[in-house]
Design a protein around this ligand. Structure first.
Ligand code: NAP
Length: 349
């Protein structure tokens, strides 16, 4: 058996960083050997720099590791980035320039025309952008991104519906507080309350979805013509973003067509049997009051997106509810699945 590949985690002390360490601890291919964060955490044992906040125990091997500064050229070739967006843009470029393969959660490079914005079940072929990235950027390394946490769940649900001609989509999100990082939203702002604004979120959903659902043609991604209108809300839920979605189609399908499309949805991760690939990337729940974050966000180890309440919409054609685990399928788990796909395609070499 081959030894596990050593990987680094940039932003290891944050909410997403902890989820990376949880998911990587028992990963069959990768071993987290280098933890990096800001100068605030540098030189401290991980358990002191980042008190554990997940509802799973801190992996034994992590607590005594010393956190280092995020210095390009230091650390393993493959690095996962959970860096704050205020620093991720320049730092991730510097890492790629120093020869690292950066698998990023941050927003900064997602819409770059030579950077793949991956949801492996939906657009695995977009990894072909890496063949342009190397000559155009001149980086010996590379950057690959995963989408905003709400956009992942939305595009997983819309991906199988592309065959009916997606025309327009109205999505309203109810986003968990773990999506705001740590310490995130003050308790007095969010308890018993709903905040109808998350800075930059609606724009990200509206633009990223078009790139993800777009076709890869002639070495470029042609954005999907779908129009997306998003309302983003922060709600007092710990994990799991719920989204109510209405969709209009060019060729309006029937209930059974949509139901069958959700049920049949599968992709490269399932075909390749990647370690983090859930057997069912989408699961439709027939109960009239599902999906719910507390009951359904952890399905498929947090990698399955759940859908329910499919019914006719009087304004657009059909409406339904979507739920995804924001720090797993919407962040760390998504990035790990991206790197598994790259490994399977021989792109980590
Ligand atoms: P967070 O809890 O605020 O963590 C931010 C991380 O960035 C910390 O490890 C922090 O280190 C590090 N950092 C800040 N400034 C730095 C610097 N100058 N140099 C090196 N490291 C620095 O945020 P998060 O929720 O984990 O999110 C991380 C990234 O993932 C963000 O870009 C976010 O937008 C994206 N994302 C988050 C979610 C989610 O559900 N939370 C989902 C998708 C994408 P210190 O602890 O040392 O300050």
């Amino acid at each position: 058996m081959n030894p596990r590949i050593e990987v680094g985690v940039l932003g290891a002390t944050g909410m997403v960083g902890q989820q990376f360490l949880h998911l990587l601890a028992a990963h069959p291919w990768f071993r987290p050997s280098w933890l990096a964060a800001s100068e605030r955490s540098q030189g401290r044992r991980y358990s002191e720099a980042s008190p554990w906040r997940l509802d799973t125990p801190m992996p034994d091997s992590i607590g005594s590791q010393v956190v280092e500064t995020a210095t390009p050229g230091v650390g393993p070739k493959l690095v996962f980035s959970a860096l704050d967006a205020s620093v991720a843009g320049e730092l991730e470029s510097a890492f790629a320039e120093a020869g690292h393969i950066v698998i990023s959660n941050a927003r900064n490079h997602r819409m770059d025309h030579v950077v793949p914005l991956l949801v492996p079940e939906v657009n695995a072929e977009h990894l072909g952008l890496l063949d342009r990235q190397a000559p155009e950027r001149g980086w010996p390394g590379a950057i690959v991104t995963n989408p905003n946490c709400s956009t992942v769940a939305l595009t997983m649900a819309l991906g199988p519906l592309r065959q009916f001609g997606l025309r327009s989509c109205l999505v309203t999100t109810m986003q968990a507080v773990s999506g705001a990082g740590y310490p995130g939203v003050p308790s007095l702002d969010i308890l018993g309350n709903v905040i109808p604004f998350i800075a930059g979120e609606e724009e990200k959903i509206e633009t990223e979805a078009k790139k993800i659902l777009g076709r890869f043609e002639g070495g470029a991604v042609r954005a999907h013509p779908l129009d997306v209108s998003a309302h983003a809300n922060r709600v007092p839920v710990i994990d799991g973003h719920t989204e109510t979605v209405s969709v209009a189609f060019d060729d309006a399908p029937g209930f059974d067509d949509l139901r069958a499309a959700f049920a049949a949805f599968t992709g490269e991760p399932q075909r390749l049997e990647l370690p983090s690939a859930p057997a069912a990337p989408l699961m439709y729940l027939d109960e009239p009051n599902r999906p719910q974050p507390r009951l359904d966000a952890r399905r498929g180890q947090g990698m399955t997106v759940t859908v329910g309440r499919l019914r006719p919409c009087k304004v657009l054609h059909w409406k339904f509810v979507v739920l995804g685990h924001n720090t797993i399928r919407g962040a760390a788990g998504a990035a790990i699945l991206n790197s598994e796909l790259m490994a399977a395609q021989g792109r980590l070499g």
